[in-house]
Design a protein around this ligand. Structure first.
Ligand SMILES: Nc1nc2c(ncn2[C@@H]2O[C@H](COP(=O)(O)OP(=O)(O)OP(=O)(O)O)[C@@H](O)[C@H]2O)c(=O)[nH]1
Ligand SMILES: [Mg+2]
Length: 313
């Protein structure tokens, strides 16, 4: 614990290497990770957490890079968690991502971390939430979480941000209809990226119609941006700020954060149960033992569940 206190103090003083070490511990679900997270918790809550989501290849990383650069130029400290979708259909651009993101690596105000969607012993959500807290305690003013809007777990993660920027691109047409409900539920701001490409007016129109027909209390603003040409970035930052002000003035920030805490605690419990099933040898053995009984109809799966549950708790 003394060692952890030392680490925590270093983090609070803004030591970049400590920040990196801590996130690694969290990602690897090391034993002391939870003690660290407990220790830094009271120093969190200051950062504006911004989710950047949208279709694969939509320019999320380019946009995150530009937003971070601009904020860094304004003297702000920025943390980025990029969730690599380790999936075959987006795999190609990850290298490009890294190269682009490396340009930020030399910026003392910006800290980037990539997390793969696979291989998290304690769960991706736990790693992401942990990483966000470390950045927050480290003193980041803004924390971007980039996720491709495909998997449920990614959507769940981005939903917990204070502000969600939904990146759209021209030519989504029919797709917009299909994903309508899903995106309206999570988007606080629409950024139509690649607005230099043909069809951007049409996409903008379609999104505007969708927004106008929706019954949201606050209609998400729609912005046209060209991330790779740095166009519309300042305007987007302004909207991000406005959204935070709206959340604060209406009391919705607290509401939102309470919901985040609720889902975080539920996820922690779920992860803990799963982790005990797979990491506790006795529990795993018990599970192995009941399989045959259930197969032979000597036991039903529900009673087996009750039995295992008792062993887990
Ligand atoms: N024409 C055009 N291309 C852009 C724009 N912004 C980004 N790009 C290009 O789009 C490609 C994908 O950009 P990324 O930033 O990697 O997109 P991403 O959404 O992060 O991709 P994944 O993380 O793989 O889902 C790159 O080749 C970018 O250079 C833009 O405004 N206009
Ligand atoms: Mg990306």
């Amino acid at each position: 614990m003394v060692l952890n206190l030392d680490l925590i103090n270093k983090l609070l003083r803004g030591d970049k290497r400590t920040c990196a070490r801590m996130i690694t511990k969290i990602e690897n679900n090391e034993k002391e990770a939870e003690d660290i997270l407990k220790g830094i918790y009271e120093h969190t809550g200051n950062a504006h957490i911004i989710g950047i989501t949208g279709p694969p290849g939509g320019g999320k990383s380019t946009l995150t890079y530009r937003l971070s650069k601009e904020l860094s130029n304004q003297g702000k400290k920025v943390g980025i968690i990029a969730i690599d979708p380790t999936s075959p259909f987006t795999g190609g651009s990850i290298l490009g991502d890294r190269i682009r993101m490396n340009k930020l690596a030399t910026d003392p105000n910006v800290f980037i971390r990539s997390m793969g969607t696979r291989g998290h012993l304690g769960g991706l959500s736990k790693a992401t939430h942990g990483g966000i807290k470390v950045f927050d305690a480290y003193g980041c003013d803004y924390i971007f979480v980039e996720t491709v809007g495909v998997g449920q777990s990614e959507v769940d993660i981005v939903k917990t941000a204070d502000t969600v920027v939904m990146v759209m691109v021209p030519g989504l047409g029919d797709d917009i209809q299909a994903i309508k409900a899903g995106i309206m539920e999570i988007a606080d701001i629409f950024a139509i990226n690649k607005s230099d490409l043909e069809g951007s007016e049409r996409t903008t129109r379609e999104i505007r119609m969708m927004v106008e027909m929706g019954n949201e209390e606050k209609k998400p603003p729609i912005l046209n941006v060209i991330a790779n040409q740095n166009e519309g970035i300042r305007e987007l930052i302004e909207e991000i700020h406005k959204h935070k002000e709206y959340l604060i003035s209406t009391g919705k920030l607290e509401e939102k954060r309470l919901e985040r805490i609720r889902s975080e605690i539920i996820t922690l419990i779920e992860d803990e149960i799963k982790s005990r099933i797979f990491n506790d040898k006795d529990v795993y053995k018990l599970l192995d033992n009941v399989l045959k009984d259930v197969y032979n109809k000597e036991l039903d799966p529900y009673t087996a569940k009750d039995k295992l549950f008792k062993a887990i708790i």
